[in-house]
Structures are given as structure tokens and as C-alpha cells.
Design a protein around this ligand. Structure first.
Ligand SMILES: [Zn+2]
Length: 295
């Protein structure tokens, strides 16, 4: 296992950080990691972190369900019901921003559920997924060859590029974003969904907030830092949308982190509280979808 320490903030490049929180990897390794906050731009990130060659081990777990399709356990069952609703909403979103159905690249496509829905809706799809198990599942789900890395996709341009809870996992954050944008048509749409470290559930659960998900989540975006990141890549924010189910899902996992058992009533109450807070306080939902186009 080897770790790397970032000397410069991935967004603003400055080198002055303060320790923000110590978070334990409850899902897999039980190791603790430090989150730092940039003194200049407030960007929060996991530092030090396992390097790109070592991170794979932290994804090897039955509990890490975003890469599997098992239907055991109440959290997983809820996850699958919600997923079919949110998949439909995601397809509606891309159709709203790109009414002429064209080509879509889903970077970090997981098991391919979203891409499969896009294909059925008339989109020409491409997927990239580094995890081998998930990639095989996504190939079966979509009936298409799914690439293992971005380098395999060349000479193609896309109308829409999506990253659903993926950006926070990428070691080469700026390089990958630049590469992705080189594949986006001039008038194309970039859609990035990430957990929101300014949400009510994040503030409430603190080190138990499941969406810190260290060390798999390398970055902990907020609306402010995401706007800054997009601006750095010459992208203009078109709209920010909530992912309201995430408040309940993340609260459920966070309750489980607290005592190892979980508490369904608290989860529902805190999920509801988080969404109500966000409605009144500048859209700070548990997870947010950022839609951007070129300036
Ligand atoms: Zn910074």
C-alpha cells in the first residue's frame, strides 16, 4: 500500500491547508484519513491518500454496492427502487439540455444502468469504467463494448458527457477533466454530480457522514468549490439541481456508521431535514447535479 500527499490544492494551486476532519473508512479498510481544507479557496480533499496504484484494494467489498447488483438487505433494496426513478430523471435531464438526441459519454458508467436507459431512449452511447467487474456488467447491460480508460476513446466527439458521482474518485482530477472536455462538442453539455460537503446531513453527521467515503472520495466538493473548478476549466454553470433521494440514502448509511446498526427513523427524519434545509438555504442538498457548457 502506498500513499501520496498533495502539496498543492488541486483547484487553486496554493499550498496552505488546515486539517478539517478525521474520517474512518467504515465500508472497507477501517483505516482513518485526514480531510484538509485549502486556506485560499476552501476546497476540501483527502490528504494524504492512497495512490492510484493502491486505491483498487479499497473498492473490494461486498458493502460497496455502487458497483454491484445484489438485491439483499433493506438499504440495497431501497437503493434499487430509487435508482429506477433517478435513472429516468437523469435521461429527462439530458434530453432537456440536448433535445436533439446525439452521442453521450458516461465516464465511470458503473454497471451501465444509466447508459442502457439512454440507449433505449435513442442516444448513441459510450461508456468508460475502470473497475473490471463493473465493466463486464455494463457491457452486458448495454450490449456495447465499454472502455476501461479514456485513452481508448479517440477521434470521437460527444454532445453530452456525464459523471455521476465519479469526479470525486479521480486521482488525475484536472488532467481527466481536460481530456474529457477535449471530447466534448463545442456546444456540448457537461453534467457532473457529486456529494455536497455543505449539506445539512454533512454538517449533522460530521465524521460519520457516509458521503465522505474515504479514501475512495478524494475530493469533497461544495457549490463554491465546484463553481471554481468549472471556471478553471472554462465551463459556465447552467444550472444546479438537487438529488433529493441522496439525503435519505446517505443518512441511512451515516446512521449505520455511527453505531454499526443503523436507525431507519433517524435516517428518514434527517433526510427530510436535509432537503428542507436545502430548500431554504441556497440549494445545499446532500448531492448536487451541476450542468455546464462552454463559456
Ligand atoms: Zn485551493
Amino acid at each position: 500500500m502506498s500513499y501520496e500527499r498533495l502539496e498543492n490544492c488541486p483547484i487553486c494551486g496554493k499550498d496552505d491547508f488546515k486539517n478539517f476532519l478525521v474520517v474512518t473508512d467504515n465500508a472497507v479498510s477501517k483505516e482513518s484519513f485526514v480531510l484538509v481544507e485549502c486556506e485560499n479557496c476552501s476546497f476540501k480533499f483527502t490528504n494524504p491518500r492512497p495512490d492510484a496504484a493502491s486505491i483498487g484494494a479499497y473498492y473490494e467489498s461486498e458493502e460497496y454496492i455502487s458497483h454491484t447488483n445484489t438485491k439483499s438487505g433493506i438499504i440495497n433494496r431501497a437503493y434499487h427502487v430509487v435508482r429506477s426513478i433517478t435513472t429516468k430523471q437523469k435521461v429527462e435531464l439530458i434530453n432537456r439540455h440536448a433535445p436533439t438526441k446525439g452521442t453521450i459519454l458516461d465516464y465511470g458508467c458503473g454497471t451501465g444502468v444509466f447508459l442502457s436507459a439512454c440507449k433505449k431512449d435513442g442516444w448513441e452511447i459510450r461508456g468508460v469504467e475502470p473497475n473490471e467487474k463493473a465493466r463486464k456488467a455494463s457491457s452486458e447491460e448495454t450490449g456495447e463494448i465499454v472502455a476501461s480508460e479514456l485513452q481508448q476513446i479517440s477521434g470521437e466527439k460527444f454532445d453530452v458527457i456525464t459523471l455521476w458521482h465519479v469526479l470525486e474518485h479521480i486521482h488525475t482530477l484536472n488532467e481527466t477533466m481536460a481530456e474529457l472536455l477535449s471530447l466534448l462538442h463545442e456546444d456540448g453539455t457537461l453534467i457532473v454530480a457529486v456529494p455536497n460537503a455543505d449539506s445539512h446531513d454533512a454538517q449533522q453527521y460530521k465524521e460519520n457522514w457516509a458521503a465522505y467515503d474515504v479514501p475512495r472520495h478524494l475530493y469533497h466538493f461544495t457549490q463554491g468549490t465546484m463553481k471554481r473548478f468549472l471556471k478553471k476549466h472554462k465551463m459556465k454553470l447552467e444550472e444546479v439541481l438537487p438529488m433529493k433521494f441522496d439525503a435519505y440514502y446517505v443518512s441511512m448509511l451515516s446512521e449505520k456508521h455511527k453505531d454499526g446498526k443503523g436507525n431507519m427513523i433517524n435516517s428518514v427524519v434527517n433526510g427530510f431535514k436535509s432537503n428542507s434545509y436545502a430548500e431554504k438555504n441556497g440549494n445545499d442538498y446532500s448531492s448536487l447535479i451541476f450542468v455546464a457548457k462552454r463559456k
